[in-house]
Design a protein around this ligand. Structure first.
Ligand code: PGA
Length: 251
């Protein structure tokens, strides 16, 4: 049985005081049936860790470097995240792939490092509108997954979260239909079975991301292969996020 996992992605938003209020408002509103967490900018990680004490809540970053240390001005290592008590990290978000030239090879190096350092990796994959219209969505995601999981063993792969985020649905208000999300999640699970084995494919959790909100989460969570969501815009307000988590828990 895969536990539902809902993770918020604040992207480059939020201040210390906003985060404090957010956690205050979230307290007492989380559902036991759902693993929940939030990926915030680096500058808010220590605050999130402190404020969420006593809450069963994942503290996550949105990126990290693959090297242990060195001359990488402006970068943050997995070790630095662990030292702060960070538990999870988003890797290969489409915004990083497109604005910061993050390649599949880089995502793979980051994934291997996150696993080595004991962080829960959330690996994002997804196709553009053009790729979907050309009928290449599945092929694009498969290629991203094969490359991201290169040299990752089955035991570690089973604990990775894959977030399927069609680029055309991110921040646009256009959600993929629940059936589209299910079809891709099914295809991803099959691919994991081909790359590894059935046990790994049944264990791995697959999120959907792209304009997820309280009004569409319940339908998405009814889908057999969709195990959670990565939520951008609708994670910025505690009331909306708590509502969404609770609707997801109704699965
Ligand atoms: P959105 O973002 O929910 O605002 O579409 C999702 C994401 O980018 O992870």
């Amino acid at each position: 049985m895969r536990k539902t996992i809902i993770v918020g992605n604040w992207k480059m938003n939020g201040s210390v005081s906003e985060l404090k209020t957010f956690i205050e408002e979230l307290r007492g509103r989380l559902s036991d049936c759902v693993e929940a967490g939030l990926c915030v900018p680096y500058t808010l990680l220590a605050t999130l860790k402190k404020e969420s004490e006593g809450l069963d809540f994942l503290v996550g970053a949105q990126n990290m470097h693959f090297a242990d240390a060195g001359a990488y001005t402006g970068e943050i290592s997995a070790e630095m995240l662990s030292e702060l008590g960070v538990g999870a990290v988003i890797l290969g978000h489409s915004e990083r792939r497109s604005y910061f030239a993050e390649s599949d090879e880089i995502v793979n190096k980051k994934l291997l490092k996150a696993i080595e350092k004991g962080l829960l990796p959330i690996v994002c994959v997804g196709e553009s509108l053009e790729e979907r219209e050309e009928g290449r969505a599945e092929e694009v995601c498969k290629n991203q997954i094969t490359k991201a999981f290169y040299r990752v063993n089955a035991k570690d792969a089973a604990d990775v979260i894959i977030a399927y985020e069609p680029i055309w649905a991110i921040g646009t208000g256009k959600t993929a239909s629940s059936q589209d999300a299910e079809d891709m999640a099914y295809s991803i699970r099959k691919q994991i079975e081909e790359l590894y084995d059935e046990e790994t494919s049944q264990k791995i959790r697959i999120q959907y991301g792209g304009s997820v909100k309280a009004s569409n989460i319940a339908d998405l969570m009814k889908m057999e292969n969709v195990d959670g969501a990565l939520v951008g815009g609708a994670s910025l307000k505690a009331k909306d996020f708590a509502e969404l988590i609770n609707f997801a828990g109704g699965k």
